[in-house]
Structure formats: structure tokens, C-alpha cells
Design a protein around this ligand. Structure first.
Ligand code: PMP
Length: 281
């Protein structure tokens, strides 16, 4: 059986499986896990979220969390990865193209690979800028699915404007950013969108909530508006590998005094030491 691949007629078996549901429908889920000093960080939390995403889209994971964990550890060590990421995804499998779920006999397809990537320590120390854009995603942003076109378009807008992130808002309400969660600081307290269906509950976000308890910093998991974002004393975004990045400017508006704020700096430092402990343990 032949297929067209770019401008060539080829054997289907020689090309990616065009009927993988991840490829045709974005019908699958994924995780990105940071690797620091040769060790996946917060792997249990990532796998827990993968299991939840799978349940939410009624996809049965083909292997146990314990198996996945040891396979990923093995992959990192075979690839001799020191600093970088593991990307893993599970699609609902390959099957003749119909929208409904394939026959139960069709097995999901799991893939994972690693990529070397340096830590972005400079950006964490110096800060970066962001743009604002309307959040045009669906209403289940809590599931980490392969459908990322709105996130891709938002991030492209950021990059075209020399910014690191696009901060998303639904009407007046700030949700999160294209590939990270957003926190604001006002009068020494933090505000971040609650972990409901409008945002992805970031593993980094979760870790920061924990460390703020330890630092006696109040975090309000409450929504806030675009105006409150622009009027904030400090703004930062959080994500795997990006960790904690101070946002100094949003569109043309300077945040606070335009340099990384004291609260953000404390959190950057605390996150670093937490991660060092985590890696050692
Ligand atoms: N929100 C979105 C939309 C994301 O894609 C990501 C991760 N890339 C995050 C938040 C941050 O999640 P985590 O801290 O688990 O990487």
C-alpha cells in the first residue's frame, strides 16, 4: 500500500504511521520531565498527572507506573543524559481513521525520547518579557493532551515580539501562559489561577505552593484580572525546565520597578535549593 509523502509516492511501511491517532486527531496525552544532573526531577508527580490525563480521556495506559518509571530511568542512563528533558506521549494507537475510539484490541502507542538542554539560569536571574493574548483553548485545559495549536500560536506571537511567553486571558481573567503557569505578587502575597479546568496544574506550580508554605508567603489560588496583572508588584511564570522566570514587562507595561522583585528572587533561590535536595535524595 502506497501513500503520498511530500512529493513522493512511498510504501506506507517506510513512513510514519499516518493512522496513529496522535498524528491525525491529537488523540493522546504527554508529559515533559526535566532531567537535572542525570536524574529526572519530580518524576512521580509527572507520572501521576499522566495517569490522571489518561483517565480523563478514557485511555488505558499499556503499562504500570512502576514499569514506565524504570523504563524512563533506563532511557536517561542509556542516552547518558545529564541536563535536558524527557518527552513522553501515549496516543490512542493506530487504527483505520474514524473519529470514535478504535476497537479495544488496538493498543495505545507509547513513545519517549530525551533531549539535551541547558538550564536557563540567566533568564531566571535577569527576567524576561511577555505578551498578552486571548485564551482561545477548549474548556479542559487541565488535561495534558497533544492538541496544542492554540498554545503554538500564542507562543509564536510571544517569540515574534522578542518575548519568552504569551500570557493568556479569557476576557478579563488571566488563566496561565502558553506553556507555563503565571503568578503575580501584590503587597507581598501571591495570586495564581486556581487549578480547575481552565489551566494545566503545573508540577512546578504545585512545588512552588509547597515551598511558599515553608517560606511563610501567602498564596491565594484566586483568579485575577488583566488590570491586576499589569498593576502587580511582581509577575513570574513557572514550568518544567524554565523553573521560575521573572516577567519584567507585559506588552508595553513595565511590571513594578522593571527588575526581578524580592519575593520572586526568594522563590527562584528556594526552588533551586529544593531541586538540589530533590536530586540528591
Ligand atoms: N501550563 C501549560 C499550558 C503548559 O504547557 C505547561 C507545561 N509545559 C505548564 C503550564 C507548566 O507545567 P509544568 O510545571 O508541569 O511543566
Amino acid at each position: 500500500n502506497k501513500m503520498l509523502f511530500n512529493d513522493q509516492i512511498m510504501d506506507r511501511k517506510d513512513v510514519i504511521n499516518i493512522e496513529d491517532r496522535g498524528y491525525q486527531f491529537g488523540d493522546g496525552i504527554y508529559e515533559v520531565i526535566g532531567v537535572y544532573d542525570g536524574k529526572p526531577l519530580l518524576l512521580d508527580d509527572h507520572l501521576e498527572r499522566l495517569v490522571r490525563s489518561a483517565e480523563q480521556v478514557q485511555l488505558s495506559l499499556p503499562s504500570s507506573v512502576e514499569d514506565l518509571k524504570s523504563k524512563l530511568d533506563q532511557l536517561v542512563s542509556i542516552n547518558e543524559l545529564e541536563e535536558g528533558i524527557i518527552y513522553m506521549q501515549v496516543s490512542r494507537g493506530a487504527s483505520p481513521r474514524w473519529h470514535e475510539f478504535p476497537d479495544a484490541a488496538v493498543a495505545p502507542v507509547t513513545i519517549a525520547y530525551t533531549r539535551a538542554e541547558e538550564r536557563m539560569t540567566d533568564i531566571e536571574d535577569q527576567g524576561a518579557t511577555a505578551v498578552l493574548t486571548e485564551d482561545i483553548r477548549w474548556l479542559r485545559c487541565d488535561i495534558k493532551t497533544l492538541n496544542l495549536l492554540p498554545n503554538v500560536l500564542a507562543k509564536q506571537k510571544a517569540v515574534e515580539n522578542g518575548s519568552i511567553e504569551a500570557i493568556l486571558h479569557r476576557g478579563e481573567t488571566v488563566t496561565e501562559a502558553s506553556a507555563s503557569n503565571v503568578f503575580i505578587v501584590k503587597n507581598g502575597e501571591l495570586y495564581t489561577h486556581p487549578a480547575d479546568n481552565y489551566i494545566l496544574n503545573g508540577i512546578t506550580r504545585k512545588k512552588i505552593l509547597q515551598l511558599c508554605k515553608k517560606l511563610n508567603i501567602t498564596v491565594n489560588e484566586e483568579t485575577y484580572t488583566v488590570t491586576e496583572l499589569l498593576d502587580a508588584d511582581e509577575v513570574f511564570v513557572t514550568a518544567t525546565k524554565l523553573d521560575v522566570v521573572p516577567i519584567l514587562k507585559v506588552d508595553q507595561h513595565t511590571i513594578g520597578s522593571g527588575v526581578p522583585g524580592e519575593t520572586t528572587k526568594r522563590i527562584v533561590e528556594e526552588f533551586r535549593s529544593l531541586y538540589k535536595q530533590d536530586v540528591k535524595s
